[in-house]
Design a binder for this molecule. Sequence first.
Ligand SMILES: [Cu+2]
Length: 164
Amino acid sequence: MNIKFAFPIAAALALSSTLALAHGDEEHAVARKYEASKVEPTDFGQEGNPGKVTKTVKVDMTDNMRFTPAAVKVRRGDTVKFVVHNDGKVLHEMVLGTRQAIQAHAALMKKFPEMEHADSNMAHVKPGRSGEIVWQFTKAGEFQFACLQPGHYEAGMVGKVVVK
Ligand SMILES: [Cu+2]
């Protein structure tokens, strides 16, 4: 089961017991298949078509709890392929969203550390591996990407995407 960022937090909390059982495998999250009919618009854009990528951005994640780069600029309409590499020795992830959604999600992860989640706006990456997110930024604004592994967001593992 996927948890949508647009989801009200109360609904997400109500679902959390179900989510704990629905194990999202990291390998599957990486090998996600794009289906145009399943794309849902959000406040920060939508899943991008891997065949229509207009910009590729490489992002490194480390056990210092940092993303490099920590700030990315794109143009509205861009379909961005984030190639996310984990340089660390522990699991990291890149989750895209609005600042509010990231904060709500981080709070939820803190409460339910075992909560599994997999969706088009996130990539869980094992140590030494790479993952991908293909995302179309359909709205201007400032958004975030963060690692929501317990404690990582609080330690500063967060970056921003500015869409102009
Ligand atoms: Cu992390």
